[in-house]
Design a protein around this ligand. Structure first.
Ligand code: UDX
Length: 435
């Protein structure tokens, strides 16, 4: 192994990270916590200044604490790629948002590879490029490798390539990074894979070494399976609702089977967030591009798209015509403990309520600011009680713990019609979407 890296190999690695968003910033602070020197590169100068000042630009449990320890010590943020060639390896952590046609938008990955290649032109020592961004299987081989080699003018022997997907849940990202169920490393040749393994040597978890494209597919297949479990629970829940039985009892009964497992069987208004819907959609698009007909994956998506609307149908059955009715929505973020509203099931519910002429009063402990950018024309309230005041009905959309404590506050409503899309309320007169 190159002298430069051998010295570091035993101890600290100098790691650069492209992208200071949700994945990049969490990766940066955790790698610093693992003892590495981290240079984070983000084109947003303001974001870099915030990070260097120890101010997290996103909310994530534990992030502020780690940033206060490592900012401007073992973690530095730069708005320039110049710092790259001083590192041993670079993690690509830029976003891959969903494109208009449902496939993954790789423009930021492509741009990062171009700049990364340019920044490696004059570097003599071996350098490893590690794709952590969630990319369609085949992207590293077909886009990342050719682009970095072209723009750096290097041979494939001079630059190592690996894929190291993340399995981080929003709100639990730092915990998940430090306590992974497994570490997946895809690599073109052993050397790059070994280097990525050494990054995580302080973490005790099973390591899966595989090929580049297989590692990319593990990420997509994991998220698609999690989505499938949720849509399965929702489909069974919809049947249980008609039978008058509690899907949570049913799911408890099946989840104890070690072949099934209890996680991700909570029926409700469906899955949201910046990952499950996007990755499922990208996998469907990829399958179709390859000439496959992904009927199961499309059904998972279709169930999820219909599920929130069942909240509104149930509401209509309870209160009749929604025109002019005041409906309180508790919970705007896509799940509790985050301010992220991307693909939140509340967006579909609120749009349908507006379509049916209802007046919406919304509250969320953290998500209101984000939701105002998407839905500016509904009313937002500082507390659940204020949103509930004089409402004809209430829909609870996320399992924020504070919602579980509500009971007297529902008496502020014109009528106590309470429907929950997540199992969170303790009051006896609530009705569930699937229970
Ligand atoms: C997910 C994956 O869990 C994570 O491994 C991946 O890296 C990124 O995508 P995240 O989107 O942050 O993480 O949230 P998650 O906790 O998985 O929940 C996703 C959605 O599914 C939320 O809307 C949640 O409310 C919903 N959900 C989750 C259910 O409806 N039922 C469940 O049983 C679990």
């Amino acid at each position: 192994m190159d002298d430069g890296i051998k010295q570091n190999y035993e101890g600290k690695l100098r790691i650069s990270i492209l992208g200071g968003g949700y994945v990049g910033l969490v990766t940066a602070v955790c790698l610093a916590e693992l003892g590495h020197r981290v240079d984070l590169v983000d084109i947003d100068k303001e974001r870099c200044e915030l990070i260097n000042a120890g101010e997290p630009p996103i909310y994530e449990s534990g992030l502020r604490e780690l940033l206060s320890i490592h900012a401007c010590r073992s973690l530095h943020a730069y708005a320039s790629y110049d710092v790259i060639k001083g590192s041993d390896m670079t993690f690509i952590c830029v976003g891959t948002p969903q494109g208009a046609d449902g496939s993954s938008d790789l423009s930021m990955v492509s741009s990062a590879c171009t700049s990364l290649g340019d920044s490696l032109k004059d570097k003599e020592e071996y350098h490893a490029v590690v794709v952590k961004s969630t990319v369609p299987p085949g992207t590293t081989e077909q886009l990342v490798i050719p682009s970095v080699l072209e723009h750096s003018g290097k041979e494939i022997s001079e630059i190592g390539f690996a894929v190291n997907p993340e399995f981080l849940r929003e709100g639990m990202a730092i915990y998940d990074f430090m306590n992974p169920d497994r570490i997946v490393i895809g690599s073109l040749e052993e050397r790059a894979g070994d280097l990525v393994e050494s990054v995580y040597r302080k973490i005790n978890a099973p390591i899966v070494r595989t090929a580049l494209t297989s590692a990319e597919m593990i990420k997509y297949a994991s998220n698609a399976f999690l989505a499938t479990k949720i849509s399965y629970a929702n489909e069974i829940g919809n049947i249980c609702k008609r039978l008058g039985i509690d899907v949570y009892d049913v799911m408890k009964g099946i989840g104890l089977d070690h072949r099934i497992g209890p996680a991700f069987l909570n029926a409700g208004a469906g899955f949201g967030g910046s990952c499950l819907p996007k990755d499922l959609s990208a996998l469907i698009a990829l399958a179709e591009d390859l000439g496959e007909d992904p009927v199961l994956l499309r059904s998972v998506m279709s169930i999820n798209e219909r599920q929130p609307l069942r909240m509104v149908d149930l509401l209509s059955r309870r209160v009749g015509d929604l025109r002019g009715k005041k409906i309180a929505i508790l919970g705007l973020s896509f799940k509790d403990n985050t301010d992220d509203v991307r693909e939140s099931r509340s967006i579909d519910v609120i749009n349908e309520l507006i379509l049916r002429g209802a007046l919406v009063a919304a509250y969320d402990p953290r998500g209101s600011t984000s939701m105002k950018r998407i839905l500016p024309d509904i009313s937002y309230h500082p507390t659940a009680a204020e949103a509930l005041r004089n409402a004809d009905a209430c829909l609870v959309m996320t399992e924020w713990p504070e919602f579980g404590l509500l009971d007297d506050e529902f008496n502020l409503m014109r009528s106590r019609v309470i429907i929950e899309g997540r199992r969170v309320l303790s009051c006896k007169d609530r009705e569930g979407i699937c229970w």
